[in-house]
Every structure is written in C-alpha cells, then in structure tokens.
Design a protein around this ligand. Structure first.
Ligand code: UDP
Length: 480
C-alpha cells in the first residue's frame, strides 16, 4: 500500500442495503480519489444476497475487505427485537474486533468512516489519531431527523405517532406523525434509545457524508448548514457525495432475453428491497392489480409474511417456500404473455438499466430509489419499514418522481383497483400529466453532473481528500 495515499477504513453494518452503499463508497474512493481503502464488514452470515454482493466486490478487487469475526448477541437481545435493535447491538459488540484489527494494520488508516449504525465506534478513531466520519446511505431529510430527534425528545410529549401536528425540524419539511421512522414508533422501545444515541453521536464526528447530491434536496441541505436552522447544531461539514450506486454488470439470462423483446419503457419492475415482505392478502391484491392493469411486469416474488414487513432483512436472498405457490390460482397462466416472476432476488441494477423498464413499484429504500433515479425510471412508492415512508413523501411531494396510494401499505391493504390504476398511470401516462417521467430524466442528468469532474459531489470528495491529507501529515509528524 502506498504511503502517499490516504487510507480510509470503512465500517459497514449488517444488511445488503447497508453493505452495498459502503462497498460502492469504498470503490469510488479508490477509483476516483486516490485512496487506499479497507472495508470492515459486520455480517449476519445468514444472507445469500449479502454473500453474493461481497463475492462480486472481489472482481475487480479494489478494496481490502475484512470480514470481522461474527459476534454472538443471543444472550444480549431478544431474538424478536426490532431489526434496528439487533443491528445496534451487533455493532456495539463488534468494537473490540474492530479495534484490534485496526491496531494490527501495518499502515495506520487516516480516516474511519462508519455507516450510521456504527457511530459507537467513532471513539476508536480518536485512539489512533484518525479522522472520523459518519456515512448516511440515505437522504438529507432523514439525516436532519436523526440529528434532531434528541431535541424533539425533550419537547414532544407522548408518542410521536399520536401527535396532532406534524413534527417540525428547523428549516426542513415537517414530518407527518404517521410517517416517522420505525425507531420512533414507540418511545419506550430499545430501538428508540439506540436511534437517539446515533443522532447525538453523529454530531461528534468530523463530518457527515450523505448518499445524495446538492441539487436533489437543496433546501434541507441549506438547513443542515445554516446556523439559523440545523446548522446551529451541526458544527461539522456535511458532504453530499452521491448518488453512489452499483454499476451494471451486463448479465445475460432468460429475464434479459424477455426484456429485450418488450417495447421501450413498457415494463413495471416490482420489488421490495433486500428484505421487504407483504402479507398474503396484500400479495394477492398486487397480483390482481397487475393482472387487471394489463401492463407488462417483472415481479420479484417472496413468500408472504405474518410478521413484520422487514422479517427477511437478515436473510435476504435466502430460498425457502416456493413463493409462486402463494400467487392466486391461474395467475401465472393468465399473465404468461404479460409478465415474469422472479423468485426471491433479481439483478436489480441491470433490470432498472434495461430500456424496456418504464416504472418501478418500489418499497422506497434509498438504494433502490437512487438506482431508479439514475436510470431515469419513475416510481410507484410503496413504503414498508425503516425511513421508507419519509422517502415516499419526499419522492412524491418534493422531488416529484413518484406516485403513491393514499393508503399507507404498512398499515392497510392497498386494493387491486388502486394498484391497477397506478400501474396504468405510471406506464400509460407517458407524456406525464404529473410530469414525473420528465422530472426523473432531468434528475438522472443532474446526478451524472454531480459526480463528474468538478461536479458538486466530486468536489465534496475532494474536500474529504484534502482533510485526510492534512491528517496524514499530522500523523506523520507525531510518529517522528
Ligand atoms: N436488491 C437486488 N435484488 C433484489 C432486491 C434488492 O439487487 O431482488 C438490491 C438493490 O439493488 C439495492 C439493495 O438490494 O441496492 C436494497 O437496498 P435498499 O436501500 O433499496 O433497501 P433495503 O434493502 O435496505 O430496505
């Protein structure tokens, strides 16, 4: 490893939706900003999708990847605890392994960049005289809420979801009580305390990296920087460095042969992220809605859940019950010329990049959202868990690239007639009465511009690089 380069140590929390953006951040630092990168992975070791993502990051191998020894949290947390709680506990328990891994490195890293579940590891960076950054593979509105929640905690009485008025965040769009993030649903639940802690710890970093770009949400970004608003609390630089998404792999399969035969922008891709599941009743309505709409589709089908919508989070891509057996009788036969079903997992970036795709019925995870925008695909927003309800609101009301049902799919079943209507609207309304197709294409270009040489995200990376080079000089001086 060249000693003239800054060396970034990245820490990823478990979950495909966390691992992918961290790996891609690492790749970008290596290929565009002359960093050496080591990525520490905390894996749940139960997800074939996670294993496959790690495997594909080996060729070409741009970063040094260290899979930290698994931690046993069975005695520390109820196995039925919320996903956020389980991740938070894993990230807490992994700290000794991270510390000893860093201390045994021949070349001391210059900077520790943790995804937001890893903020408890920031003090380890201090022990090694490194810079410390928090990476949010999410949007700025979510960042604003995360750092402001310790303040809301002091002034809001009772449950957030029972508030009569939207929750105000200085300089930002207010949040409707029913759309708060999952950890805020119940203020006595451990996941709420973990979330409060993450908000406070983020403010102790040397800077915040966000997987978005300046022009996407300029108002919220201004609020995060302006002292009259959240800038009064956030004393560290905020760098939008995105959109950082996976590259297309150029896969060939029957799925792509089929897509090749469909008209341009005619197919709806239906997928609920790495771990999203529907109830049996909702799955039935989606099937009928697609069939009634007579629109072409590719649907990543998973067996239904009777538990939480994120029940497959730690096991993404894992097989099991045949998901197709849960579809309505005769559905596959009746729709065989119309659409394709893909069990469990699809090569999403390649699918979204295909010219036949004209819409994405998405759970609005931020990774999926960015993949849709960077491929110029408008969305039907179908939020399920985590911060997805906020994302759906952002996409429909502020950014203008999605339509959505008035019914919250995480609360009530969206009926087939409405799904039929939305499916028609996203494909047939091609001139875009609501202008979303035109808007998403504008944003695709704006995203490319942000990442190109001299663009806003490229400049943000350069600032990070500059900070890291200064830190390297300091480390060298103290070592002499
Ligand atoms: N993904 C995929 N195939 C699937 C489902 C998901 O490749 O069948 C990928 C998707 O491209 C995205 C990630 O998994 O990069 C999911 O991340 P996101 O932030 O959208 O949602 P999460 O899974 O964290 O809820």
């Amino acid at each position: 490893m060249e000693i003239s380069k800054p060396h970034a140590a990245l820490l990823s929390s478990p979950g495909t939706g966390h691992l992918i953006p961290v790996l891609e951040l690492g790749n970008r630092l290596v290929t565009h900003h002359n960093f050496a990168v080591t990525i520490f992975v905390v894996s749940s070791h139960a997800s074939p999708a996670e294993a496959q993502v790690l495997q594909s990051s080996m060729s070409p191998k741009l970063c040094n990847i260290i899979d930290l020894p698994p931690v046993d949290i069975s005695g520390l947390v109820d196995p039925n605890a919320a996903v956020v709680t389980q991740i938070a506990v894993m990230m807490r328990e992994v700290r000794p392994n991270l510390r000893s891994s860093i201390s045994s490195m021949k070349l001391r890293p210059t900077v520790l960049i943790v995804d937001f579940f890893g903020t408890e590891s920031l003090p380890i960076a201090d022990e090694f005289d490194m810079l410390k950054y928090v990476y949010f593979p999410s949007n700025e509105w979510f960042v604003a809420l995360t750092i402001y929640v310790p303040f809301l905690d002091k002034v809001v009485e009772g449950e957030y979801v029972h508030q009569k008025e939207p929750l105000k965040i200085p300089g930002c769009k207010p949040i409707r009580p029913e759309e708060v993030v999952d950890p805020m649903l119940e203020r006595t639940n451990q996941q709420y305390f973990e979330y409060l802690r993450i908000g406070s710890e983020t403010l102790m970093s040397d800077g915040i990296l966000i997987n978005t770009w300046e022009d996407l949400q300029s108002t919220t970004l201004t609020a995060l920087r302006d002292e009259k608003f959240l800038g009064g609390i956030v004393k560290v630089p905020v760098y939008p460095v995105g959109p950082i998404t996976r590259a297309v792999s150029g896969l060939k399969s029957d799925l792509f042969d089929w897509l090749d035969k469909q008209p341009s922008e005619s197919v709806i891709y239906v997928s609920f992220g790495s771990g999203g599941l529907l109830s049996y009743e909702q799955m039935t309505e989606v099937a009928w809605g697609l069939e009634l709409s007579q629109q072409r589709f590719v649907w990543v089908v998973r067996p239904p859940t009777i538990e939480a919508a994120d029940a497959a989070f730690f096991t993404a891509g894992k097989g099991g019950d045949d998901p197709l057996s849960y579809l309505p009788d005769g559905f596959l036969r009746r729709t065989q010329s119309l659409g394709l079903t893909v069990p469990f997992w699809a090569p999403q970036v390649d699918v979204l990049n295909h010219p036949s795709i004209g819409g994405f019925l998405s759970h609005c995870g931020w990774g999926s959202t960015l993949e849709s925008i960077t491929n110029g695909v408008p969305m039907i927003a179908w939020p399920l868990y985590a911060e997805q309800k906020m994302n759906a609101t952002l996409l429909t009301e502020e950014i203008g690239v999605a339509i959505r049902s008035k019914v919250l799919p995480s609360k009530k079943v969206v009926q087939r007639e409405e799904i039929e209507k939305m499916a028609r609207m996203i494909i047939e309304d091609n001139d875009g009465k609501n202008g979303i197709r035109g808007r998403v294409k504008e944003l695709k270009h704006s995203a490319e511009k942000a990442l190109s040489k001299g663009g806003s995200s490229d400049n943000a990376f350069s600032q990070l690089e500059k900070q890291c080079k200064m830190c390297m000089e300091r480390q060298k001086a103290t070592a002499q």
